[in-house]
Design a protein around this ligand. Structure first.
Ligand SMILES: [Zn+2]
Length: 145
């Protein structure tokens, strides 16, 4: 039984086949026959965490900002306020697990936004400046408040 899912901004067809591990190729995600809804969700979560970490490393490499200590990532099913996609809690960036639907650029934007909150709790001037430093020139429009 095949189904569709939105992964990284693209409608992706999930095809079950004789494979041991999932493989994403173009707009098809091949998964093992044994993959049920739960396994698929776990795969998506692992994928999202990996993307968050790799985008974070890329931002850090740009070297426009410096953070003392570690930043952790945690996925949450949903926030009490359903309109919230991500949140900074201490040094942990909480991200809603369905954020895997967003494009890579949008995920990066979520990251830039939350990282900027390390420098300011509010969406003030200082925050805007932090976003510019962290995100660099490639920044797109902010996608959330
Ligand atoms: Zn914010």
């Amino acid at each position: 039984m095949d189904s569709d899912a939105i992964i990284l901004g693209k409608t992706t067809t999930i095809v079950r086949c004789e494979r041991k591990r999932p493989k994403h190729s173009g707009d098809i995600l091949y998964v093992p026959l044994s993959f049920d809804k739960h396994a698929l969700m776990e795969y998506m979560k692992t994928r999202l965490i990996r993307i968050l970490k790799s985008e974070f490393l890329k931002l850090k490499k740009n070297g426009n900002f410096y953070i003392v200590g570690e930043i952790d990532f945690e996925l949450v099913r949903k926030f009490r306020d359903r309109s919230i996609l991500s949140m900074l809690k201490g040094s942990t960036i909480l991200v809603r697990e369905d954020a895997i639907k967003l494009t890579r650029i949008e995920i990066r934007e979520v990251l830039v936004h939350e990282l900027a909150h390390i420098f300011s709790k509010h969406h003030d001037e200082k925050f805007q400046m932090a976003m510019r430093y962290i995100g660099g020139k490639q920044r797109r429009l902010p996608i959330q408040a």
